[in-house]
Design a protein around this ligand. Structure first.
Ligand code: NOJ
Ligand code: CA
Length: 553
């Protein structure tokens, strides 16, 4: 498929930025981030080059799972603003060329959602069948997602004397997707937010969502995703679905709709993310190369969403026990930095001991891998976690804008902040936007440069991957190529300088390699090989530039 024919597939070359309105910018000084505050930061995001915002849940919620427990699918948490404020953000973003997608959490509701309140009142409630009830938990019940916090996915409800299913917390009862009324409600919710101007959704917990209750036949559960995608397309032609599917590749690829497509447009690449950390722990790209090589080709319209860190625990659940242990030892030596026996509660820079060379190498890779990069707010300035906050919330602290009070996030008393700001070497006095904006050498400016190069190199988002042969130890060399061109990236995972001879392969006469981060033009020998040197944790992006090339970016 040619890039030029398909510019409406915007997600294939987007730069996505995830943020929680609550922790981003406080517009009314009550200590809680809000839509008015976010509206004032849209220019910052546009300047960084972000093309799509992903807003974490901002709906009314008892907030027992950071808003992933929703009590009204159509509402706005009143602490964050109202629908008017929401639309202002969408409009301002659109004006700066930025799209907005929102979290769609329809696997479950909060137990305070009026449907569940009614459902649990009596077995004859009209909403009873919106949820999954059983007299006894089925045999061979699935394990809880939150070991240590929950012990079962079934909870006994005293009043009506039945158990209800909850894959996540017990205050998050699972919706019954076998019920057509539930499906209608989900579709209506999607239609509502599309009408307010969003460009799509980040779909939460997709495999759990489409799975019918045990023993109930709904035919092919993937039909549910196809229906959603079709509905989206009818309402807004280029609206996208970004899905959270943490499964091995073979199963995961089904959620794109197999070769036919027609389901999710984007899926996070959890497998390569985990392999990346193993590679970092070993200073050896082999695990990442193995993952990238095993990564299935996706339908031409679809894409992998690459990420280094998200808002949850850094899950390592797909590594073997021994591999996970290696990563734990390298990056989370303290038991308190681990959670659920599978994940890490830290951000990247503290894990890499703040080594700017290593941190930059990782982000260079994030933007050079085929697919769509996704940043979690604060990554662009190298924020750390607050190690005093236990669990997943450690990485969900307020955005650090200045070195002033509360990191410029809010003028409220520090005790009123939605979450406490880190006080260590990653405190706002050391890590903040304002400082880094004025420093050409900062991580922020570095990431801004990567974003710009990614956006002017659509072969990265669109291209197919080839791992290149070379003779340097500890180096990943890969090529992305599409109809607009070819780019080669080399990344040194080791702390020593490396010299290597790279096999680029056949090129047209007069072709050079153009360094996208510097002034160099390298030429290849007659057999299509080039000599390269990389400093410790060094990297290069080289565009394969044929004679007469007119590309400037
Ligand atoms: C995945 C979300 O990323 C996580 O934060 C949440 O707890 C669960 N889904 C349940 O919604
Ligand atoms: Ca506020």
């Amino acid at each position: 498929m040619k890039i030029t024919d398909t510019s409406d597939l915007w997600w294939k070359s987007a730069v996505i930025y995830c943020l929680d309105v609550e922790t981003y910018m406080d517009g009314n000084d009550d200590g809680i981030g809000d839509f008015a505050g976010l509206a004032r930061r849209i220019d910052y995001l546009a300047d960084l080059g972000i093309t799509c915002l992903w807003l974490m849940p901002f709906y009314p919620s008892p907030d027992r799972d950071d808003g992933y427990d929703i009590s009204d699918f159509y509402g706005i948490d009143s602490r964050l603003g109202n629908h008017g404020d929401f639309v202002e953000v969408i409009r301002t973003a659109e004006d700066r060329g930025m799209r907005v997608i929102v979290d769609l959490v329809v696997n479950h509701t909060s137990d305070k959602h009026p449907w569940f309140v009614s459902a649990r009142r009596s077995r004859t409630s009209p909403y009873r069948d919106f949820y999954v009830w059983r007299d006894e938990p089925p045999k061979g019940e699935q394990p809880t997602v939150f070991p240590g916090e929950e012990s079962s996915v079934w909870e006994f409800d005293e009043r009506t004397e039945q158990y209800f299913q909850h894959v996540f917390y017990r205050h998050q009862p699972d919706l019954n997707v076998a019920n057509p009324q539930v499906r209608d409600e989900i579709v209506k919710t999607i239609g509502f937010w599309l009408a307010l101007g969003v460009s799509g959704f980040r779909l939460d917990a997709v495999p759990f969502f489409i799975e019918p209750p045990k023993g109930v036949d709904i035919g092919d559960p993937h039909e549910l995703l196809r229906d959603l995608k079709r509905f989206l397309q009818r309402r807004v032609g280029d609206a996208a679905l970004l899905g959270e599917v943490n499964l091995p590749f073979r199963e995961q690829v089904q959620f794109f709709g197999g070769e036919r497509g027609g389901e999710l447009d984007l899926q996070f690449d959890f497998m390569s993310m985990q392999a990346l950390y193993l590679s970092l722990a070993r200073s050896d790209p082999a695990p990442l190369i193995a993952s990238l090589t095993a990564r299935p080709t996706v339908p031409p319209e679809a894409a992998w969403a690459n990420f280094v860190r998200n808002h949850d625990e850094l899950t390592l659940d797909k590594l073997s026990d021994a591999e996970r242990e290696e990563v734990f030892e390298a990056f989370a030596p303290d038991e308190a930095q681990r959670i659920y026996g599978r994940g890490i509660t830290r951000r990247l820079p503290p894990m890499l001991a703040g080594d700017p060379r290593r941190i930059r190498m990782v982000y260079s890779l994030l933007f050079a891998l085929p697919g769509t990069p996704v940043l979690f707010y604060g990554e662009e300035i190298g924020m750390g976690e607050n190690s005093e906050i236990p669990g997943r919330h450690a990485v969900r602290t307020p955005m650090q804008w200045t070195d002033g009070k509360n990191g410029g996030f809010s003028r409220a008393a520090p005790s009123r902040l939605v979450a406490p700001i880190p006080g260590d070497g990653y405190a706002p006095e050391h890590v903040n936007v304002q400082q880094q904006r004025n420093d050409g050498d900062s991580l922020l400016q570095f990431i801004r440069g990567l974003v710009s190069r990614y956006r002017t190199s659509p072969e990265i988002g669109w291209g197919s991957l080839r791992i290149l042969e070379h003779d340097g130890a500890g180096v990943l060399a890969h090529e992305v190529s599409s109809d607009v061109g070819r780019m080669i990236a080399v990344h040194n995972f080791t702390e020593v300088p490396v010299r290597l001879k790279l096999e680029v392969g056949a090129v047209e006469e007069g072709t050079a390699l153009l360094d996208l981060h510097g002034p160099d033009r390298l030429s290849m020998d007659a057999r299509g090989r080039v000599d390269l040197e990389l400093v410790p944790y060094g990297f290069r992006w080289l565009r394969v530039s044929p004679a007469g090339d007119t590309r400037i970016g």
